[in-house]
Design a protein around this ligand. Structure first.
Ligand SMILES: [Cu+2]
Length: 108
């Protein structure tokens, strides 16, 4: 959902809530941030199909983190198919709160 659409929805929710004085809406829990997808580029340092994890020496991920070497969880062991340590890769990273999951990876 785009930020624009999200703000429209928020505005609508606030407007709807304003009309019900004395009635608590379902606002007990804070709204969950939608997961964001980032492009990730780097080199495979090691991978573990059983653990569904891959360690990447990744480049800067603008808006998320600087270049570093770190381990990521992968969505599915299939994401690691055809890859070996040392491969230069590009892929997608899903950031859900502080939780990072690699959803696709391929050699570049
Ligand atoms: Cu990192």
């Amino acid at each position: 959902m785009s930020l624009f659409v999200r703000s429209l929805v928020l505005t609508a929710l606030i407007a709807a809530g304003g009309g019900t004085i004395g009635c608590q809406g379902p606002t007990g829990s804070s709204p969950k941030e939608a997961p964001k997808l980032y492009d990730v580029k780097g080199t495979v340092v090691s991978l573990d199909r059983e653990k569904k994890a891959v360690t990447l020496d990744h480049e800067d991920i603008p808006g998320l983190m600087k270049a570093m070497k770190m381990e990521f969880a992968v969505d599915d062991a299939k994401v690691l198919d055809g890859l070996t340590a040392g491969d230069a890769v590009t892929g997608k990273l899903k950031a859900d709160g502080g939780n990072y999951v690699v959803t696709s990876l391929s050699k570049r």
